[in-house]
Design a protein around this ligand. Structure first.
Ligand code: 7GP
Length: 835
């Protein structure tokens, strides 16, 4: 029947072949075709990877058809384009996501089945591109999905790291890092655009001279020139024809280098230069929310920004437009300050390469860029030692001085005499050593500045960007983060998706607000039963994986209490551990007590150089070893550290969560996005009034959210009053016991040194007020346990959580960026035939 409709009704699909058709037959043909002509195998000898590749190429062909149609449409209409600049994209596996967005998941399932292979088995073969650390990189990936789904012309620019975020292994309870060789078996999702390449200068010095027209000119004589080559990954929207490009740059040595050295017989030099050039896009810096100040990192940032801007200018000029109108063609978003050097680079390109006058160049620049801030942590605000900066980017240092001079002249007039203000707004920081403040560069050069949740945007205006807000309040706005329901519900939780769609249709996948239609079933016992049945099945699946990965057997009927995110003191995984130890002690002291069984599940990577974070992992695994092996408690308590948290694993964990731990110190988590994914999948949240938790609680209702802890304001107040953690330690018996046990080596085979730093830090400094929030946290957890006993009430709250999460679709966030900041419109794409 399917074949008939295709043949008789739709002309475009009539000419379909193995490369574009969407029917089961066409897909089967495509797989075999690719197996034979791309992999060079026939089915009997094809490996799992051969099949995975063949399938991926079959899908990619279909993406390319949509991609070429999109490009054509964009160019014809001279449409305004969003350019997203991000040093990180935490994409997650492509195959299943593309099948969903193409709307051919079922068809492919059948096609593979008829060919005698299992689709899930092939999907699981994909090695995910881990080109990001955490929230910031994953947000960029969700936004690419939403831009395409909303049919907005957009390009994502970034770096094609040869090695992404390290793989985490747990050995003897400690984190061990292993390189992420994700390209080892090839990457069927990218297309190398060898012809699209740009030269990027580094180091050296600047010559100044007067040209024939009497114009003052600068000539940057670099120490090194590298070449950036474009690698494009198609990003298809959900059930639309829009397919945008994620353009990632790989660094290489320019050809000229090799020739020169070879000609002079210096082979070693040539090889060395090649290595130096290739190093730039070699590896992702594994720091989340900390700067590292390394030369290579600055080179990476400049490298991808320069390639991207050159590329955009090329696109703009090829359309016959004037360079002065660049900002009409492109709206460029800076994903935090990592690409903020773009402001100086834009000026360089306009002044030095395209001959604009300063005033004109500055007008174009400041109408092009917009800046998103992702953190309030002072240690994450990027600065560069001025000397180091000048050694890599001598021309940009000059330009920044000039930008700063002109800006401060303006400031001085406005804030006459206020030295404090002037120095806080200056791009250059003074001290024993001068430094460049990237956030300040981003702020002067951007027409819009935003935070990522209401509270965060508010605190930005009151703290780190206070003087900027006073100076140009019109630039500031909030754009609360969102996540894509395609990956985080449809793909990761197909059973819940089916259950929801059975009741309210499928519209919610593109219009997440429609989830509210589920509210009417929240009290329906039948629906509650089906709802909790899905949850149970997802917990059973996760339990199997936990057993396989960690050897720990967990009870799917117990409460799955989940904290998964990067390990960081401000996120307070140790507060969670203190609660865990408290429950353990209660059970040990009163073995007969009636306690709601819990499975504590942790996952997350620690930055390799972040000692305290690594120690927190060791603490979790140490407590786990003791608890899991103690027959007095291990029927009611289990502790799991699920290794190598990444997108693939996140997709398996979220659907199985009963309780979502969002327990950062108020005022520290800019937004959070895991909080949204968990709640969408029916988990209830225990959380502080931090980041987007505030807004989540607002929409799900305070009666469906477990709130505890100090507010951001109280945190500040407490700090100002002179917070003394020791008094909390002394005055709470359960807290003191837990800490004393950690200190005495109770969880570490009597080794009383191993956790010393952690304990001392907590009782004497406690920068994130763990001890201040402990009592309120434990009391709240007791309420959670009580609530979990009433299955119907819990189911109701769970359903309501999902039903009310519509706001947190990244489609909503992107629509706000489009309307308020970028001023771009949708451009529906019509599919070209495969002529
Ligand atoms: C994160 C924030 O910590 C998180 O709260 C937010 O949801 C996410 O960005 C997306 O906006 N920040 C980072 O990942 C990060 O590295 C430093 O920030 C620049």
């Amino acid at each position: 029947e399917e074949k008939e409709t295709v043949k008789s009704e739709n002309k475009e699909v009539l000419i379909q072949d193995a490369r574009t058709g969407l029917t089961v037959e066409a897909l089967k043909k495509a797989i075999l075709n690719n197996l034979f002509y791309v992999q060079g195998k026939y089915p009997e000898i094809a490996t799992r990877n051969d099949y995975y590749m063949a399938l991926s190429f079959a899908v990619r062909d279909r993406l390319l058809q949509r991609w070429t149609s999109s490009v054509k449409q964009y160019l014809e209409g001279k449409n305004r384009v969003v350019s997203y600049l991000s040093a990180e994209y935490l994409l997650g596996p492509h195959l299943a996501n593309n099948l969903i967005n193409l709307g051919i998941y079922k068809e492919m399932e059948q096609a593979t089945q008829e060919l005698g292979v299992n689709l899930q088995w092939l999907i699981d073969k994909e090695v995910e591109p881990g080109l990001g650390n955490g929230g910031l990189g994953r947000l960029a990936a969700c936004y690419m999905d939403s831009l395409a789904t909303l049919e907005v012309p957009a390009i994502g620019y970034g770096i094609r790291y040869q090695f992404g975020i390290f793989e985490q292994d747990i050995r003897d309870g400690w984190q061990v890092e292993d390189t992420d060789n994700w390209l080892r078996r090839g990457n069927p999702w990218e297309i190398a655009r060898r012809e699209l390449n740009y030269e990027v200068k580094l180091g050296g010095y600047v010559q100044h001279y007067m040209d024939r027209d009497g114009r003052y000119r600068s000539n940057w004589m670099p120490e090194l020139t590298v070449k950036g080559v474009a690698y494009d990954t198609p990003i298809l929207g959900y059930k639309v024809n829009t397919c945008n490009a994620l353009r990632l740059w790989k660094s290489e040595a320019p050809k000229s280098f090799d020739f020169q050295s070879f000609n002079s017989g210096d082979y070693n030099h040539a090889v060395n230069q090649k290595i130096i050039c290739e190093n730039i896009s070699k590896v992702l810096y594994p720091n989340d929310e900390t700067i590292s100040g390394k030369i290579l990192r600055l080179q990476q940032q400049y490298f991808f920004v320069s390639c991207s801007l050159q590329d955009m200018i090329g696109i703009h000029l090829r359309q016959g437009e004037k360079i002065e109108d660049f900002n009409v063609t492109f709206a460029v978003q800076l994903n935090d300050t990592h690409p903020a050097i773009a402001i100086a680079e834009m000026m360089r390109l306009l002044l030095d390469e395209h001959d604009l006058e300063w005033v004109d160049a500055w007008r174009v620049t400041t109408r092009t860029f917009a800046y998103t801030n992702h953190t309030l942590l002072p240690e994450a605000l990027e600065t560069w030692d001025l000397e180091l900066f000048g050694s890599v980017l001598p021309r940009h240092l000059e330009l920044i001085y000039e930008i700063n001079k002109r800006f401060l002249d303006e400031v001085t007039i406005k804030v006459y005499g206020d030295h404090q203000k002037i120095s806080s707004l200056s791009i250059i920081g003074e001290g024993p050593r001068k430094f460049i403040k990237m956030a300040n560069l981003a702020c002067v050069g951007s027409f819009a500045i935003n935070g990522v949740a209401a509270l965060h945007s508010d605190l930005l205006k009151k703290t780190v960007l206070k003087d900027w807000y006073a100076y140009s309040p019109e630039k500031f706005s909030n754009k609360t983060n969102g996540v894509t329901p395609r990956r985080w519900m449809v793909l990761s939780n197909p059973k819940l998706t089916a259950l929801i769609s059975e009741k309210i249709g499928e519209n919610w996948i593109k219009h997440l607000d429609e989830l509210k239609n589920l509210e009417q079933y929240a009290d329906d016992p039948e629906f509650q039963k089906s709802w909790m049945q899905v949850k149970l099945e997802m917990k059973q699946e996760l339990a199997k994986r936990i057993l396989g990965k960690t050897g720990v057997k967990v009870d799917p009927e117990s409460m799955f209490d989940i904290q998964v995110k990067r390990i960081h003191e401000y996120k307070r995984q140790h507060l969670n551990v203190l609660h865990l130890i408290t429950l353990y002690n209660r059970l040990k002291q009163n073995p007969k007590m009636d306690m709601v069984p819990r499975t504590f599940i942790f996952a997350g990577k620690a930055a390799p150089g972040y000692k305290m974070a690594k120690l927190i992992i060791k603490l979790i695994t140490s407590v786990g070893d003791l608890v899991n092996n103690d027959p007095d408690v291990n029927h009611r308590l289990k502790v799991v550290f699920y290794p190598n948290y990444n997108v693939t694993n996140a997709q398996r964990i979220y659907p199985a969560a009963d309780l979502s731990e969002q327990i950062s110190t108020a005022g520290k988590e800019a937004s959070g996005t895991g909080n949204m994914k968990l709640s969408m999948n029916g988990a209830l949240t225990i959380g502080t009034l931090d980041g987007a938790n505030v807004e989540i609680r607002e929409v799900v209702g305070e009666e469906n959210f477990f709130l505890f802890g100090l507010t951001a304001e109280e945190v500040t107040q407490k700090r100002n009053e002179g917070y003394d953690p020791y008094t909390y330690y002394k005055s709470n018996k359960e807290l003191k016991l837990a800490i004393d046990q950690i200190a005495s080596g109770y969880f570490s085979h009597l080794d009383d040194k191993i956790f010393k730093d952690l304990v001392n830090n907590l009782i004497y400094h406690d920068p994130f007020l763990v001890l201040a929030d402990y009592e309120s946290y434990v009391a709240c957890q007791d309420k959670v346990s009580e609530a979990f006993r009433d299955k119907a009430a819990w189911a109701r709250m769970s359903i309501l959580n999902t039903a009310r999460m519509g706001k947190f679709s990244s489609d909503r966030s992107i629509r706000e960026y489009c309307d308020d900041i970028w001023k771009v419109k949708s451009v529906p794409v019509h599919l070209n035939g495969d002529s």
